[in-house]
Write a protein that binds this ligand. Structure first.
Ligand code: UDP
Length: 253
């Protein structure tokens, strides 16, 4: 089949196509899941459809409270129209509770409350395994300047407060998450906005009562069905009807 439009970029979980107007792109959500820097791979039917809907839900919420982001509108089950940005080559991680790499690095028990939200950065580079980098490196290598970093921290903390509240309202604890930031230009004026996606692929989500994991750790740690976990998140948020059992028939637009 001839491609409908020009592919701009293909990543592990998404594809970006040329958009219908200048300054826009179409973001396509694949069913592919990867972990441990793509050493573990699988295709998980329905994951892309769920993440498209969930990212739409969170980005729309951010827009509604005035946090700028790349989302324009959802086009269909797997695609959304987004603003084209220049991606800052950083993974911006916000942590509320210790888990994953910080727990390992500092010998903290998973689930320990951190004294305050911690923002940290990894350099986006798959070959290097996205190494943790200090602000000093970011500024020295010109990936972002000090003013950008101040803006990024402020965006990240606002997103954290928003997401923590939304999840807590449906009995889910936001342990940590990753966002990516993009630059957009209005003439000579540059702004930083939230880009990429916000979904259970890039968050740690634990049920408040039972501690059950409802995020990509289900895949990383072989804890059961990833689509069941994401479907549960979508149902609690009202993104899917509460009686949805099988995502396939219920998710048609
Ligand atoms: N994360 C992500 N992509 C990455 C690395 C981390 O989305 O390439 C998310 C991850 O899902 C978690 C948070 O960022 O919610 C913190 O991840 P951590 O540094 O603990 O790394 P991990 O243990 O996931 O490798």
């Amino acid at each position: 089949m001839a491609p409908r439009r020009k592919k701009i970029y293909e990543g592990k979980a998404k594809i970006l196509y040329e958009g219908p107007e200048p300054g826009t792109l179409v973001q396509y959500f694949k069913d592919d899941a990867t972990a441990f820097n793509a050493q573990k791979k699988a295709t998980i039917e329905g994951k892309g459809v769920l993440n498209n809907r969930l990212s739409e839900y969170f980005m729309t919420g951010l827009t509604n409270i005035g946090i700028p982001n790349h989302f324009i509108r959802r086009l269909n089950m797997r695609e959304q129209l987004i603003r084209q940005v220049e991606i800052v080559p950083l993974e911006v991680i916000v942590r509320n509770f210790a888990a994953g790499s910080i727990a390992k690095r500092l010998g903290l028990e998973e689930g320990t409350a951190l004294p305050r939200p911690i923002v940290e950065y990894s350099y986006k580079n798959d070959e290097l395994g996205d190494p943790l980098v200090p602000e000093e490196y970011i500024v020295a290598f010109g990936w972002a300047n000090q003013q950008d970093l101040d803006d990024i921290v402020s965006l990240a903390l606002r997103v954290n407060d928003f997401l923590s509240g939304v999840f807590y309202g449906v009995g889910i604890k936001l342990v940590d998450f990753k966002i990516e930031i993009g630059r957009i230009w209005d003439g000579d004026f540059m702004r930083l906005i939230v880009a990429d996606e916000i979904s259970p692929d890039s968050c740690r989500l634990w049920d408040v009562k039972t501690g059950q994991k409802l995020d990509k750790d289900v895949f990383r740690r072989d804890l059961g069905s990833l689509t069941d976990a994401y479907t549960e998140v979508a149902k609690r948020l009202g993104v899917l009807p509460a009686n949805a059992t099988n995502i396939k028939p219920t998710l048609i637009n």
